[in-house]
Ligand binder design. Structure first.
Ligand SMILES: Nc1nc2c(ncn2[C@@H]2O[C@H](COP(=O)(O)OP(=O)(O)OP(=O)(O)O)[C@@H](O)[C@H]2O)c(=O)[nH]1
Ligand SMILES: [Mg+2]
Length: 245
C-alpha cells in the first residue's frame, strides 16, 4: 500500500528539520507532504532543504488565509490526486511520535477506514500538559462523543491514518470547520457514511518542547458550538448537512 503523511506547519522552524529526519528514519517507506502557510520563520525553506537531502518530501506552500483545516484539506486532495491509498496526518512538534506512524498506517486495511492515535483509548497517555488543558480536552472530547454518538473517544487527535476511499467519499470542500472542530467534523462524517470502521490506537501525546502554540479560545468556542449544532441535527434532522445520506 502506498502511504503518505501530511504535516501541516506554521512557524515550526525549531522542530521541522529534526522532525523530518526522525520521520524518515522511523518510517522510510512513507512519503511526506509538508503543507506550510507561508510561515514567517522560514519553516518551508528548512523543509525544502531537508527534503532535497532525504528525498520523498514534498513541500506545499500556501498563500492567503492560514488555517490548519484548510491546509490539511488541500494536502489531502493532493495526496488523493497522487494516488496514495493510505493518507496520514501528524503534527510537526513531536507531540505525535514518529516511531508510531508506521504502526498507525498499517491499521488501515480492508474494513478499517480510519485509525486514530488516541489519548483517550485505554492505555493512552498525555505528557506535560497543564491541568487546565487536560480538563478542556478531556471534557471537550467527552461532550463531542455524547453529542455525536461517536464510538471512539479521541475526536480531536490530529494523529490519524485514513483510507483514500474514506477521504474520497467525503466532499472535503463541504467541510466547514477549522481547528479541532475540523478533526471532529471529518471523523463524524466518515463514521456516519459507513465506509468502514474507525479504530483507535493508544498513544503517548507529549506537549511541544519548542515553538509556540496556535491554539486559542476562539477555536475552542467554535468547536463547542459546531458540535452542539451537529448534535441537534443528529437528533432532530434540523440542518441535516452532516447526517447519513
Ligand atoms: N499549515 C498550517 N499548519 C498549522 C496552522 N496552525 C497550526 N498548524 C500546524 O498544525 C500542527 C498542530 O498545531 P499546534 O499549534 O501544535 O496545535 P496543538 O498541538 O493543539 O497546540 P500546541 O502543541 O500546544 O501548540 C502543528 O504542526 C502546527 O505547526 C496553520 O494555520 N496552517
Ligand atoms: Mg501541537
Amino acid at each position: 500500500m502506498r502511504a503518505a503523511v501530511i504535516i501541516p506547519t506554521y512557524n515550526e522552524a525549531e522542530n521541522i528539520e529534526r522532525f523530518l529526519v526522525a520521520l524518515r528514519i522511523e518510517a522510510p517507506s512513507i512519503d511526506i507532504i509538508v503543507v506550510d502557510d507561508n510561515s514567517p520563520d522560514g519553516t518551508a525553506n528548512f523543509a525544502e532543504t531537508v527534503g532535497s537531502r532525504l528525498g520523498g518530501i514534498e513541500v506545499v506552500r500556501r498563500r492567503g488565509v492560514r488555517g490548519y483545516a484548510a491546509a490539511t484539506k488541500d494536502a489531502m486532495q493532493i495526496a488523493l490526486d497522487r494516488g496514495y491509498q493510505v493518507i496520514a496526518t501528524m503534527d510537526a512538534d513531536f507531540s505525535h511520535d514518529p516511531k508510531v506512524l508506521a504502526r498507525l498506517t498499517a491499521l488501515v486495511t480492508g474494513d478499517v477506514s480510519v485509525a486514530i492515535g488516541s489519548r483517550y483509548a485505554p492505555g493512552g497517555v498525555i505528557t506535560n500538559w497543564s491541568t487546565y488543558r487536560r480538563l478542556l480536552s478531556k471534557w471537550g472530547n467527552r461532550y463531542a462523543v455524547f453529542a455525536l454518538r461517536l464510538n471512539f473517544r479521541d475526536c480531536t487527535s490530529g494523529f490519524r491514518a485514513y483510507s483514500s476511499k474514506s477521504l474520497t467519499l467525503v466532499n472535503l470542500g463541504e467541510l466547514t470547520a477549522d481547528g479541532y472542530a475540523f478533526l471532529t467534523e471529518l471523523a463524524f462524517v466518515i463514521s456516519t457514511s459507513q465506509v468502514g470502521s474507525i479504530v483507535e490506537m493508544p498513544i503517548n501525546y507529549v506537549d511541544r518542547a519548542y515553538g509556540d502554540s496556535k491554539m486559542n479560545t476562539r477555536i475552542m468556542r467554535e468547536s463547542m458550538l459546531l458540535v452542539t449544532r451537529w448534535g441537534i441535527a443528529l437528533r432532530t434532522g434540523i440542518g441535516q448537512k452532516h447526517l447519513p445520506r
